[in-house]
Design a protein around this ligand. Sequence first.
Ligand SMILES: C[S@@+](CC[C@H](N)C(=O)[O-])C[C@H]1O[C@@H](n2cnc3c(N)ncnc32)[C@H](O)[C@@H]1O
Length: 505
Amino acid sequence: MIDSFVAAPADRLEEAYQRLVGALWRDGLPTEQTLSAVPHLVACLDQVDEVRQGHLAILLGLLAEVEYPAADGKVHSAVRAGLDRYLTLWRSAPKGQGLSLALHYLLAHFPDDRRRILAVADELGLEVDDRSRLDRALLRFDPDDPEPQIGRAFPYPTAWEMDESERAHDRAQVKSLTAEQVEAQWHKDTRTVLGFTGARAYWAVRHGSPAPIEPDSLPPRYPDPPEADIDVFRRHQAAFRCPNCGGGLEFRPGSARCTGCAGEYRITRGMLDFTASAGGTGGADFLSQLVKIPTMAHFIESKARPNFKRLCGFTWDGPVTAAFEEKLIAELVRPVEGPVLDVAAGPGGFTLALAKAVGHERVIALDLMPQMLASLRHRLPQVPAVVANARTLPFGDGTLGAAMCWNGPHAFLYEDTAPIFAEIGRCLRPGGTFTTYSFRDSEDPIYRYFVASHHFPQSEHGLRMYDLDEFKGWLADAGLVVREESAIGLAFFITAEKQAPGTRG
Ligand SMILES: C[S@@+](CC[C@H](N)C(=O)[O-])C[C@H]1O[C@@H](n2cnc3c(N)ncnc32)[C@H](O)[C@@H]1O
């Protein structure tokens, strides 16, 4: 198997590599042949070209991980035996290209050699984000650390330049965890860092240098949203419904009142909050709590989202730019009469593009988290913001002219996507469009493994993306017929149209 990988012509290399990997590694676990094969793989590094060296370094990294979190396993030790070779190669590999990134991934598995590895990293002058990930991967868990740094591993630990109040928020959350939970989170963080490093290296060994990752935008760190003129809500009075009884809502400064059940919903800083009556404000797990710092929107747009899109899209050359996304929103969202809803609008970067395309007076933004909507309100003071769970949309049947959920569905728990699409389908008028942008799972087990190594609030057990047929099935079940569909890498863009009752697409 190793020989046929070494001898494979360039156009059969991927096939030979997949066969080799399949024989030695299955979804993160070793096979019977793994241990005996490792010394041959290490020796092989001296006999092959740079592209093959990159592929081998990725495979050795995957194998160094099969016993994680154990650090003294036989396979790990066998891979570690090649350390001198890896460091020599790393010194001479062209910086920022496939082989160098693959060796970085491989070397990130040896915390016992931390000092040696970081010394070479410093000679090479790694970028800040890479240095930060490597540094974190090479730390061992210390059960006696009174202040364990956990939960801020993505996109890289030093992205989180937190102030004292943010650090205090994190400390309080960490304190509420048991020792077992702290340790489990530590290992999830390590996996996240390794998964990101591996994913980018895997792309780079086949495609070349990844493009630098720029911030999508830089929303203010501490947004200061204004109170809303109550007319921004009244404008859409015909669409709003009480989520409890379906009655209409009347708006007055500071609150909305149901004309049916007399329920009251508060409006603060332009945000109409339905979460007290329905749905809660997100999960109770540790990572969901960390998201609740007031500056989260800033970190998302400047650091987390640009990295997330590369990772999930397999688009490390960066074709899905902010300008591309804005143009696509303008092309795809085609409302009929009625308000246009941005579902899971978050910090509002895409809501801005939507407002530009259809006019801010038509837009309503909805999200589960007021911390995110504060940033949106700051940027778009004319747009009413609704704090609600999209599983229960506070709008009447057939009242919305269009809806958008951009870089959003994967933030719902996987099992929530179908019911949320059903809600969107219920609220759209016939002919109204639902436009969405999300990601599908890679068919390649190695890349899927790297993505699944990421732990986010919505994916406690590892990040999962969609099966496209299943995703489209949920749209169909919601009465939405796909009208436009395109993809770049694993990113997909779909626009579906609400059918009139009794019609067929
Ligand atoms: C990845 S962010 C994307 C936000 C925005 N579309 C963007 O790309 O900037 C996902 C957002 O979904 C929101 N969210 C998650 N589950 C939700 C739910 N059930 N209902 C409404 N919003 C939800 C989160 O609060 C978060 O702001």
